[in-house]
Design a binder for this molecule. Structure first.
Ligand code: ADP
Length: 413
């Protein structure tokens, strides 16, 4: 690899979408960002922005599959002089949702790695197939280039068995690979470290509760830089109330819906993953919409908000207990970074746990990591913007980048 190869392309392939960012790792700057939506439909759309020129271009019309999508992205990059054939491209980093127990680190992709990601499809039926398609497409376009998989589950593989196991027969659990894997790990890793930096301390010295509140939402307890518990489980359905997912519920609700309600397993799956959470409770899953309905006196939106906050509080309390000593609580992702009302409500009444927010600091709007707790607070409360793409690029480049010339290129799993 050339020593001038400092760019990393980050790809996040969903079932019908492809998000991408091209970064220059000399200064972690973004060169281009974009999104292909509704792949496989007649109304596909590619939105591409070149950060250097500030140009944004949009392409509407059918894009048949991920291969066509990535080719279209490559053409857009070429127009900006940032083509995939550039010698400056060092690697492609792929977000892969499920790495099971096997992948605890970012991993250079080879055939064995692809086979293992494929073996995990039964526990991630929606995500891993799309991630695999993205990887294979990128490999076909640049077979010579190192491709790295960065797993959403990896950060959580440090959880002790007491937190990772469900209380079911271990033989049955092992046979079906049932355990709590956790997700959003790239974000929890990035935000917990960024929080330590904000406090001016080393990650090893701080205990942080990270609240990743986006459309999907999860909490994690991070002790000295290592994850010791997280709210998502075998799948992203467990834990907090989310945009469209129920989060925790009595598993018997499922038997009841099947036996008494006559719903099929697929119907229940769709109900709990796509038609529940904030959306199921009040018909909206966007926190902005819910807040404005509450301001207009809408009771349904109010109850949805209250249920969301109640669950969030329970997890904050639980993770205070799991950690024993908490140095910081960090809010991140779309809701966590933007919704001051959610942050305020989530810690209201938790002074006994050392938690409080300063209303003025909480109301400040900025993209920077910041403290929102009163100066004298025992526990720092912070807003820490997440950056999963930068984290994927950083981990990818650390594995294959030229810098020291000592990083091995091979399967490190
Ligand atoms: P994803 O899980 O899709 O990556 P994000 O982290 O981007 O989601 O979060 C998206 C959610 O963030 C939206 O559904 C919305 O509820 C919330 N959100 C975004 N901007 C704001 C805002 N200004 N105020 C309140 N909530 C917001």
């Amino acid at each position: 690899m050339s020593h001038s190869a400092t760019r990393v392309l980050v790809l996040n392939s969903g079932s019908s979408s492809l998000k991408y960012q091209l970064l220059d790792m000399r200064d972690s700057s973004r060169l281009a960002v974009g999104l292909v939506e509704r792949i496989g439909e007649q109304t596909s759309r590619l939105t591409h922005t070149c950060l250097g020129s500030g140009d944004t271009r949009e392409q509407n019309g059918p894009i048949a599959d991920h291969e066509a999508a990535l080719k279209a992205v490559a053409e857009e990059l070429t127009k900006d002089g940032l083509g995939l054939d550039s010698p400056e491209l060092a690697a492609i980093g792929h977000r892969v949702v499920h790495g099971g127990m096997f992948f605890t680190e970012p991993t250079v992709i080879d055939d064995a790695v692809l086979t293992e990601i494929e073996r995990l499809i039964p526990v991630a039926p929606l995500h891993n197939p799309a991630n695999l398609t993205g990887i294979r497409t990128a490999q076909a376009l640049r077979p010579d280039l190192p491709q790295v998989a960065v797993f959403d589950t990896a950060f959580h593989t440090t959880m002790p068995e007491s937190a990772a196991r469900y209380a079911i027969n271990p033989k049955i659990a092992d046979r079906y690979r049932i355990r709590r894997y956790g997700f959003h790990g790239t974000s929890h890793a990035y935000v917990s470290r960024a929080t330590a930096r904000l406090l001016g301390r080393a990650p090893e010295d701080v205990n942080v509760i990270v609240l990743h509140l986006g459309n999907g939402a999860s909490a994690s307890a991070v002790e000295g830089g290592r994850c010791v518990d997280t709210s998502m489980g075998l799948t992203p359905l467990e834990g907090l109330v989310m945009g469209t997912r129920s989060g925790d519920l009595d598993p018997a609700v499922i038997f009841h819906l099947a036996r008494v309600g006559g719903l099929s397993m697929d119907e229940i799956d769709t109900l709990l993953n796509k038609r529940s959470g904030l959306f199921g409770l009040c018909g909206d899953n966007d926190m902005r919409e819910i807040r404005s309905r509450i301001d207009e006196g809408d009771e349904e939106a109010r109850l949805a908000f209250d249920i969301y906050i109640h669950r969030l509080k329970k997890y904050i309390g639980a993770y205070c207990a799991v950690l024993g000593r908490v140095d910081a609580v960090a809010f991140t992702a779309g809701v966590g970074e933007n919704a001051a009302s959610v942050r305020e409500a989530a810690v209201a009444g938790l002074e006994g746990l050392g938690l409080a927010v300063d209303p003025e600091l909480n109301a400040v709007r900025t993209d920077r990591a910041r403290l929102i707790s009163p100066a004298a607070a025992r526990v720092a409360v912070a807003v820490v913007p997440t950056d999963e793409e930068l984290e994927i690029a950083t981990q990818t480049y650390a594995l294959v980048g030229t810098g020291s010339g000592s990083a091995p290129v091979g399967n490190n799993s």
